[in-house]
Ligand binder design. Structure first.
Ligand SMILES: Cc1ncc(COP(=O)(O)O)c(C=O)c1O
Length: 385
């Protein structure tokens, strides 16, 4: 890869992490299945690729690609949660952590458990309320946020928050799972670390679980690398290879998914069974202005609230035939889920909220399916009266 070439992110998603160009070399990386490597003399360090818990060629390929897209050094982990755990492990005992009050439920639960165990003190904030976040930063050490958030689709003012945090010595972690590095680069906006559930858009085919952290801070990178090697819950080479294969098509997937999400968001906002559409691409959405300035697109995720309440939300999920009722997101197939059915979901998430992850099916088919299912929801709320 020629570092001098100012290739676009779309191109980097295709070429970064590819084997060196020489006659006879494979164009696609090979899967390196080896737990150990032939020793070099003198012995250097475990990080130099002498043992499979410390390094693997498939990790390096994937990390090169995601690092190039996010503008830092990437490290892969066994899941997005393993990536989050590694970060929390770096928080010094007695620190103060500020976290989004409505973020991915398991991440919030992990932060709350660690705080309850006395590892650090925790302040929860609404990340879309910039004044509230700024007020909470004094005396804090870390700020953990998502933008857009899962599943409320709130957009945080990343430049304002990172500027204030930087002045106070607070390290900002941004979960960029929903936006992907093609639509938003938190490091360029001032964050210290980017987190990805690579399970979602990066891998993109609902066939692998992985996580990634990206940072341009070399000291943090070394500490995270050491943590991964010592704690040992690593990513398998095959999973890393699958994720890189998925990443190659990220640009075309995102383009299609967000185009369809925009169409569906507009149509859903006119449907009588829907009381609210949460999608930053809609001009009336509270996050629209911010998303326009800090993102390069609005993404393929949206949430809706049903006028008929929780029963209507359940009926919609039960009534679809093409959309797949299921958790997770960012795959080629469209997924639908009433989030509050999950016990760990934050209370800020309304009972009647249904999250939609828009896939690659024809938007006409996706809309027809929603329309037929919403038709029976409307009948249900009319007969209930
Ligand atoms: C925004 C976000 N962050 C982190 C995670 C955790 O990732 P994983 O499931 O890969 O552990 C998820 C999972 O749904 C998520 O949606």
């Amino acid at each position: 890869m020629n570092q001098q070439q100012p290739w676009s992110a779309e191109t980097m998603a295709v070429v970064a992490g590819r084997p060196p160009r020489r006659a006879g070399a494979p164009v696609s990386p090979v899967v390196e299945l080896s737990s150990t490597y032939v020793s070099a003399e003198p012995f250097g360090s475990f990080d130099d690729g002498v043992y499979g818990r410390m390094n693997n060629a498939c990790w390096r390929d994937l990390e090169a690609a995601v690092g190039a897209l996010e503008g830092g050094a990437a490290l892969c982990f066994a899941s997005g949660m393993a990536a989050g755990s590694a970060l929390f492990a770096l928080v010094e005992p007695g620190s103060r952590v500020v976290m989004a009050d409505a973020c991915y439920g398991a991440m919030l639960s992990l932060g709350q458990q660690l705080a309850a165990a006395g590892r650090f003190s925790l302040t929860l904030v609404d990340v879309s309320n910039t004044d509230a976040v700024l007020a909470s930063l004094d005396g804090a050490d870390w700020l953990f946020i998502e933008s857009p958030t899962n599943p409320l689709m709130q957009v945080a003012d990343l430049p304002a928050l990172t500027a204030a945090a930087g002045g106070l010595g607070v390290r900002v972690v941004v979960d960029n799972t929903f936006a992907t590095p093609l639509l938003q680069n938190p490091l360029a906006l001032g964050a210290a670390v980017v987190l990805h559930s690579g399970t979602k858009y990066l891998a993109g085919h609902s066939d692998v679980v992985l996580g990634l952290l990206v940072t341009a801070d070399h000291e943090l990178e070394l500490r995270l690398r050491a943590h991964r090697g010592l704690h040992g819950g690593i990513l398998g080479p095959m999973e890393a290879w699958l994720a890189l294969r998925g990443l190659r098509t990220l640009a075309v997937r995102i383009e299609r998914q967000q185009a369809s999400a925009g169409v569906l968001a507009r149509r859903l906002s006119e449907h009588p069974a829907v009381s609210l559409v949460r999608y930053p691409g809609l001009p009336g959405d509270p996050g629209h202005g911010r998303a326009k300035t800090q993102m390069r697109g609005f993404g393929g995720m949206l949430s809706i609230e049903l006028a008929g309440g929780r029963a209507a939300a359940d009926a919609l999920v039960a009534g679809v035939r093409l959309w797949v009722p299921g958790t997770s997101l960012g795959g080629v197939e469209s997924l639908i889920e009433r989030r509050r059915r999950i016990p760990a979901e934050p209370e800020a998430v309304p009972e009647n909220l249904v999250r939609l992850s828009v896939g690659l099916e024809a938007v006409a088919d996706l809309w027809a399916d929603l329309q037929q299912a919403l038709g029976s929801v409307t009948q249900l709320s009319t007969s209930a009266g």
